[in-house]
Design a protein around this ligand. Structure first.
Ligand code: SAH
Length: 241
């Protein structure tokens, strides 16, 4: 940190910078203010919890930078009555933010060790409306279908078909699309019956959406998430495959 100030001061400063960066939804800003990001990062990084950066969370995975969390949350247009599916629980931070905005959150993680830690955080913070599952999120959560909103927090070359299929008519899905090393674009899909429209929201960098689940510890490191550019073209229409 260049300047001092306790975590509370840093948090207020961050919220103000998010507002300047175009996060105008006061419910989203309020949720970000209420969830302690420091509770979701490893102890050595607590000081950096309110900096605009990605942080490692173990198993080679990362917690997205605050601006990306804010942008994705705002783009999802979550309402209080909503049932939301998140793919990639990671630290649990994004799910915690969503849990302040929606009725119920379902979150899937493929690393057992990360999920155990995230669930512990939810218990400590008494976030009782988050339900987690260990497994491959590409398959969605068929027993709980369908969802008002779906958020994917790992990048896939193409959106897994089950996730769109488990989205309610009129629902919104936000996901980073692209390869691990190449360009990734944050996409927003809206379902209209058997059709959907898609909209590019900007360039991002996420860890990859990988198949299968991982029982034991010991992942690869690196990867980050960052918004690199502004908005893309307007919505396009497609037919469900
Ligand atoms: N939302 C998280 C950050 C996501 S990092 C947070 O707020 O901290 C991406 C996460 O997606 C990683 O934890 C990774 O293990 C997980 N992931 C990758 N592929 C997956 C898959 N197919 N199913 C479930 N989780 C997956």
């Amino acid at each position: 940190m260049k300047d001092g100030g306790g975590l509370a001061t840093r948090k207020i400063r961050l919220i103000m910078s998010l507002r300047r960066a175009g996060i105008t939804d006061t419910r989203v800003l309020g949720a970000l203010e209420r969830i302690p990001r420091e509770a979701f990062v490893p102890r050595p990084f607590v000081d950096q919890a309110y900096e605009e950066r990605t942080l490692p969370i173990g198993e080679g995975q990362t917690i997205s930078q605050p601006q990306v969390v804010a942008l994705m949350t705002q783009a999802l247009e979550v309402k209080a009555s909503h049932k939301v599916l998140e793919i990639g629980t990671g630290s649990g931070y994004q799910a915690a933010v969503l849990s302040r905005l929606a009725r119920r959150i379902y979150s899937i993680e493929r690393h057992r060790a990360l999920l155990v830690e995230a669930e512990q955080r939810f218990r400590e913070l008494r976030l009782t409306n988050i339900h987690c599952r260990y497994g491959d999120g590409s398959l969605g959560w068929p027993e709980q279908t369908d969802f008002d909103r779906v958020m994917v927090t790992a990048a896939a070359a193409a959106l897994p078909a089950p996730l769109l299929a488990q989205l309610k008519d009129g629902g919104i899905l936000v996901a980073p699309i692209g390869s691990e090393r190449g360009d990734q674009v944050l996409m927003r899909y809206r379902r209209h019956g058997d059709e959907w429209s898609e909209e590019a929201l900007g360039e991002v960098r996420f860890v990859p959406l990988l198949p299968g689940a991982v029982e034991t510890s010991g992942g690869r490191s690196t990867a980050a998430t960052a918004i690199e550019a502004g908005a893309g073209a307007g919505p396009r229409r497609r037919t469900l495959a």
